[in-house]
Design a protein around this ligand. Sequence first.
Ligand SMILES: Cc1cc2nc3c(=O)[nH]c(=O)nc-3n(C[C@H](O)[C@H](O)[C@H](O)COP(=O)(O)OP(=O)(O)OC[C@H]3O[C@@H](n4cnc5c(N)ncnc54)[C@H](O)[C@@H]3O)c2cc1C
Length: 106
Amino acid sequence: MMNKKDVIVIGGGPAGCTAAMGLARLGYKVVLCDQAQFPRDKVCGEFISPAADPILARLGILHRIEAMNPKRLKGVAISSYGGKELLIDYPKLPGMEAKPTSLSVP
Ligand SMILES: Cc1cc2nc3c(=O)[nH]c(=O)nc-3n(C[C@H](O)[C@H](O)[C@H](O)COP(=O)(O)OP(=O)(O)OC[C@H]3O[C@@H](n4cnc5c(N)ncnc54)[C@H](O)[C@@H]3O)c2cc1C
């Protein structure tokens, strides 16, 4: 007998994975398909915005990323070919106890 699903999500990048996890938590039977075989290599700046932390926590996966001992960046550096560099620390936002940091993982 055919294994019935409610939803097919095509593409297992961040958008597809998040959609599939959200739908599965709502009780839908979901199948996630991708043309690539995972884990896949991907060109990336290896930077995840501080704003992603609460989203990853809500998805229940932040602790798994933390377990990989990622680097925590305190801000951004913008440099010119001439060697000039501008360093900007992430600002503390209202309601935050500490300044935010961003994840850096391959
Ligand atoms: C060079 C580069 C560096 C980047 N660096 C960063 C960074 O440092 N930090 C950051 O936050 N973001 C970075 N990004 C942006 C980030 O990659 C995207 O925002 C993110 O991948 C978008 O997620 P997505 O799920 O929408 O799409 P994708 O991650 O592109 O996922 C789409 C998936 O769909 C699959 N797919 C496509 N067509 C089909 C099909 N017909 N059938 C089956 N599967 C299919 C693909 O194989 C892929 O896995 C970078 C992007 C680039 C190009």
